[in-house]
Structures are given as structure tokens and as C-alpha cells.
Ligand binder design. Structure first.
Ligand code: SF4
Ligand code: SF4
Length: 440
């Protein structure tokens, strides 16, 4: 049976541009720009200096903070600059610039060979931390932190989030077809580290070939099952996914671990397998480069620190004047003001949209049509959240309208006939509440 949830929207998925395109490896650029902050949590500090020679996989920035992930060189070469550079999430961030030596030589001891079945939970989590893993669906929360719940939280279920519900994006789809066994290994390693015996792989039913491939792969693994999901946005939002697959509701303001669940992304599962079995750090990822302006949309394996511009040129550049550049998908992705930003660990897509694909129109007052309420998968009243945000009533939005339960999926914006920028007001209200809490 195909599973679903209340609310949500049905945008044209536009995956046809790249769904059938095998992953292509882009050559290492002459220069990579590697930001020292690529995760949620404390930023890293550089531990190399200008003039140093580095090898691929060498740690180049780190911090002792627990909620953080180290940063590694994505190729071998010379550190030629450490300076502020445009950043796709933070606007601007210190970055380590490495000029490639063309050798692409691994740091000493890499890759190594390890049998994860003989490793205990602590050793697996340590390998994951050392490899700098973060959630690769875009959230970039450090993976070792997500896998280290406090002792009072008892986990029983692992979910692989393979919904890939954002329009245009097909990176996870291709990874499921091309690296099926690595995903399964990553899931089994994560389940061992977490001590859970039940695992689910949730895939939207617009990817029947991926459902079939994953089903074949889990055929003899009793702990794992594939769950086909209805194609509906935001099927891949963690809380909706957990509800649809297990029937458990994450409490308001709570985390998946509150209901005994850990969710990981497809790319992260592969990265777990590579980190634990081979000691390989997260220095590359699969990214979909697509949108109406891209001459030849592709799924690319890219080194961290490649710029958006270089990736777009590898897709034969632009065929028409771009109206919008986005990192990620069109619903939850982040608009960019320049192509000179680097690919980071959370870059699932580079989307270049033409004017006809961009939702134009002036924002108007709410007409109380209720469409946003019907579309909200979290059962919120988005119209009120937008009005309160607009009027500066941030605390009221939090106390009376469950502001913090909003997953910022953008379904409300998608259906709003008044073109209200609801998510903008919600983000503003969240930021103001956080600032007030910090002040206290
Ligand atoms: S209010 Fe938040 S969770 Fe609800 S539809 Fe809008 S963005 Fe999504
Ligand atoms: S969809 Fe837009 S116009 Fe309709 S109630 Fe929601 S915010 Fe108001």
C-alpha cells in the first residue's frame, strides 16, 4: 500500500530533465574554495596556513565543539589563500582555497580497510565524526550528534529518507540506482551503532525503478523493508515521513528521537559506509544541476569547494537568461545572489530558473481563503503566522500558533493566491524569538 499524510501539495516534479541521467564525475577544478563552516553548529577554525601543502582527505579545519564536523581537503595541492568568500547559506564565510597540484593524492593511510561488523557503537560514531559527516539532504546537522541521543531516549527505528520530494532533484534517485549496496551497508552500520533492529526505506512512488532496486537489495535482510510513499510534497519532511511510515507523531517542539526514530538521508548513508569501512572523509557529493536555463542538466559527482559557476559550465553553461539561482530545490532551497559560491556538504542541487519558472507577482493582503491551512502538513494556520510576523507579534505566533512546528516546507506559499511570502514571515518570527531567548 502506498502511504501518505494530510495536507501537502502537488507541484510538477520536473525530474524528467535528469532522472534518467547517470551520475557523471566532474574533473577536479584547478582551485577549490572550502568554507570552514558547512554544518549546523560551531564553525571550524583553519589548522593550515597559506603556503602549506595538503593531501586529499587531510583535516584542514576543526573545532573541539561536539555539535560540529571537521573539514577536509577535497584534493591535494597548496593552500593559496584563507579569506572570506561568498557562502551559499551564511552569505559570507572564511574559506580555505587550495590550488590543485593535479595529483589528487590521498593523505597517508587513506583509504583504509575496516570491518564494521567487528566495530562497537562508539568506534562507528567516532569514525563518522572524524570523516566530517553531516545530513546531506540540506539540513547539514552533524551525523555523529544525530546518532548520539541522550541515554534516556530509547531508539527502536531507523528510517532512510529516500523520498526526494523536492521538484527537479534526482541525485538521491540516481544514487539509489547506482550505489544500492553502499546505501544498504550504510544503513546496517548506522543501525548497529544505534542498536536498532527495524529499518525502513521510504521512497516516493514516482521512482518505481528505485523502489524495485532497493527491494531487491533488501530481499534477504529481515530488518529492512522498503515503503513506497505517495508522490506528494513534502513527503520527505522528517516529521511527516515518520508519521507516514510508523504512525508515530513527533511531539510539538520535539525531535524524531522523542519517538525512538533516527532519520538519515540517502547520500549520508553512502557517506557512512565510506567513512566506516574505508575511513573516507566527506569530500565529494552527488548534486543535481538543473533548471530551465541549464543547457545540459546533469547529476554530477562534485568535489566540495567546486563553485556553482564551474558546475554550470560543466553542464555546457546557460541557454537563456537566468531569473533565479537556488541551492537545493525550488520549495525549500536557498536563493543565491552569485554563482561564485562553492558546493558544500549540503548542496543537493543547483537550480537555475528562467523567468517563466519563477513565481512572479506582488504580495497582497490575505483574503482568508484558507488554502494555506488545507495545504499545511503540520496542521498550522499559516495565514495567521504570516500576519503576526508582518505585524511584529513574534511571541504571539510562538505561544498561540505553534510557530516552532513549522518545517518551512513552503506548501502554504505554493497555494497562496495573494502571493504572500509566508515562509519569510515565519523565519523572521523564529529568528526574533531566538534572539529574545538569547537575550534573556
Ligand atoms: S506553515 Fe510551515 S509547515 Fe505549514 S505549509 Fe507553511 S511552511 Fe509548511
Ligand atoms: S492562502 Fe494566502 S490568502 Fe489564503 S488564507 Fe492563506 S495566506 Fe491568506
Amino acid at each position: 500500500m502506498v502511504k501518505s499524510f494530510r495536507g501537502g501539495v502537488h507541484p510538477d516534479d520536473r525530474k524528467r530533465f535528469t532522472a534518467a541521467k547517470a551520475i557523471e564525475t566532474m574533473p577536479v577544478p584547478d582551485k577549490v574554495i572550502i568554507p570552514v563552516r558547512q554544518h549546523i553548529g560551531a564553525p571550524c577554525a583553519p589548522i593550515v596556513k597559506v603556503g602549506d601543502l595538503v593531501k586529499k582527505g587531510q583535516v584542514i579545519a576543526e573545532t573541539q565543539a561536539f555539535v560540529a564536523s571537521p573539514i577536509h581537503a577535497s584534493t591535494s595541492g597548496k593552500v593559496v589563500e584563507i579569506a572570506d568568500y561568498p557562502h551559499p547559506v551564511f552569505g559570507c564565510c572564511s574559506a580555505i582555497v587550495i590550488e590543485s597540484d593535479g595529483q589528487d593524492e590521498w593523505a597517508e593511510g587513506l583509504p583504509l580497510t575496516r570491518d564494521w561488523r567487528t566495530m562497537d557503537s562508539a568506534a562507528i560514531k567516532n569514525a563518522i565524526r572524524q570523516a566530517g559527516l553531516v545530513g546531506m539532504g540540506g539540513a547539514t546537522f552533524p551525523t555523529h550528534v544525530k546518532m548520539s541521543p541522550p541515554p534516556e531516549k530509547k531508539l527502536d527505528t531507523f528510517i532512510l529518507n529516500a523520498a526526494e520530494c523536492e521538484p527537479y532533484l534526482t541525485a538521491d534517485h540516481r544514487v539509489m540506482l547506482e550505489q544500492t549496496d553502499r546505501i544498504i551497508t550504510g544503513i546496517l552500520i548506522a543501525m548497529k551503532a544505534l542498536g536498532v533492529k527495524e529499518g525502513y526505506i521510504g521512497i516516493e512512488d514516482n521512482k518505481p525503478d528505485a523502489i524495485e532496486a532497493m527491494r531487491k537489495a533488501v530481499d534477504n535482510i529481515v530488518e529492512l523493508s522498503v515503503v513506497p510513499l505517495k508522490t506528494k510534497y513534502p513527503q520527505g519532511a522528517e516529521k511527516t515521513l515518520i508519521y507516514v511510515i510508523t504512525g508515530k507523531e513527533v511531539p510539538s517542539g520535539g525531535l524524531p528521537m522523542d519517538v525512538g526514530v533516527v532519520v538519515q538521508n540517502v547520500g549520508t548513508a553512502v557517506a557512512i559506509a565510506n567513512a566506516v569501512e574505508k575511513g573516507l572523509p566527506l569530500i565529494e557529493r552527488v548534486t543535481t544541476v538543473t533548471g530551465g536555463c541549464i543547457t545540459e542538466p546533469k547529476n554530477l559527482l562534485l568535489r566540495i569547494g567546486t563553485t556553482f559557476e564551474q558546475a554550470i559550465l560543466f553542464c555546457n553553461g546557460l541557454k537563456e537568461q537566468p531569473a533565479k539561482l537556488i541551492m537545493g530545490g525550488p520549495m525549500m532551497g536557498m536563493a543565491q545572489s552569485t554563482v561564485n559560491v562553492p558546493i558544500i556538504k549540503g548542496t543537493s542541487g543547483i537550480l537555475v530558473l528562467s523567468a517563466k519558472d519563477v513565481n512572479h507577482g506582488e504580495e497582497r493582503p490575505c483574503i482568508r481563503c484558507g488554502r494555506c491551512v488545507d495545504a499545511c502538513p503540520m496542521g498550522l494556520i499559516p495565514s495567521m503566522l504570516s500576519i503576526l510576523g508582518e505585524r511584529g507579534k513574534f511571541q504571539e505566533a510562538k505561544a498561540e500558533y505553534d510557530l516552532l512546528d513549522c518545517v518551512e516546507c513552503g506548501s502554504c506559499v505554493y497555494v497562496c493566491p495573494a502571493k504572500r511570502n509566508i515562509v519569510h514571515y515565519i523565519k523572521l518570527s523564529k529568528a526574533q524569538n531566538a534572539a529574545m531567548a538569547a537575550k534573556k
